[in-house]
Design a protein around this ligand. Sequence first.
Ligand SMILES: Cc1cc2nc3c(=O)[nH]c(=O)nc-3n(C[C@H](O)[C@H](O)[C@H](O)COP(=O)(O)OP(=O)(O)OC[C@H]3O[C@@H](n4cnc5c(N)ncnc54)[C@H](O)[C@@H]3O)c2cc1C
Length: 379
Amino acid sequence: MTGYVNVLIAGGGPAGSLSAIYIGKEHDVTVVEEHQSAGFPVQCAGLISESCYTKLREFVSDRCYLNDIKGAFFFSPDGNYLEMIGDSKAVVIERKVLDSELLKRAAKYAEVRLKTTFKHAEGNIALLKSPEGAFTVEYNILIGADGASSSVARTFGFRKPEFFSALQFECGFEAIDSEMVELYFGRRYSDSFFGYAVPVDEETARIGVVSREDSLHYLNNILEKHPSVSRRVKKRKLLELNAGVIPIGIVNFVKGNVALIGDSAGMVKPYTGGGLYYHLVAAEILGMAFPDLNAYREAYMKKMGLEYRIGEKIHHLYSTLSDEDYNMLVKVGREEQIGEIVKNLHMDSPSSMLKILPKILKILSKNPKLFARVGKTLL
Ligand SMILES: Cc1cc2nc3c(=O)[nH]c(=O)nc-3n(C[C@H](O)[C@H](O)[C@H](O)COP(=O)(O)OP(=O)(O)OC[C@H]3O[C@@H](n4cnc5c(N)ncnc54)[C@H](O)[C@@H]3O)c2cc1C
């Protein structure tokens, strides 16, 4: 069987569905999704900013809403913590519902073929595989929204982002406050990132870790050895276990008539691994620029380039700071009431830190060693 499609999108996750929604209003689009439904397997803590949720609500119902988040506790390795409550809030969502509703919405603007896998492409002909067998389609433009292990990126020789592993447990948890996320820093809890607990409700949380290697070792340390978490986690009430990868480092995501979007392009926040907001921004820009893919790349990098650059510096801090530095940071942060200074920070925009950076550096300058380390990495 052969055929012709104008725009072929590989992948019906959030990046693919959002692209189909934004492009499909004016162009003829086909989405191929290898699974029989979207949002499977789930690989997400479901934490997004309130502004991102508001925008996504244009396309999905409130069935994906689970919990409100007003801020975060930053834990140093010694178990001490700093409270940060910002002016902007966040929301916890259910990805299974979000992904499935987004794909349904995409089906209003595009033809969606489930259980159909993109295998390869050459000379504008894509080889696809469905339960009925392999077939080819000719396309004009190909969008690779097929996640971190993208076949489109591999086929066209795009550079790969750096992969970090993520492991997450959904289980019973006695949160200090069920509207506060908890972040766990220190060498014992990750070699290059941090551990987290995202409360789903008053009794349950998604507890996870992102690391370069051996995330199981670090997750075990959080669950069993962390001075605060180990006392509050109820492992017997295990509801779900998820493993996945976080692709860090945006790559050049356009080559001729092929573009990447989402995890395939490394479009995640380098400082948290969160992807949904960046995919939403990218899909909206892709829709506006379409069919000019170079204009898509330029407009996206113009809007987000600074966020990536600052985000990468913050990410670099995680591997630079020692346990002693983290303990000192939280101690100084509490003494100097840093929580008040960082109120205006927005979780999607690390550049919002630029305005308060001088104040933070001034506080840190009271501790020359810490100042040298943080200042050198950030500046
Ligand atoms: C443990 C964990 C926690 C996370 N927590 C958060 C969070 O709290 N907030 C946040 O914003 N982000 C979070 N993320 C990141 C977020 O989940 C990803 O950025 C997001 O899912 C990527 O969306 P995507 O559409 O690019 O790729 P995916 O969600 O991976 O979707 C890709 C789709 O393409 C399909 N596909 C793959 N290959 C093919 C093919 N060859 N042919 C056809 N279809 C194919 C797949 O079946 C899938 O449906 C987390 C990630 C992990 C691993």
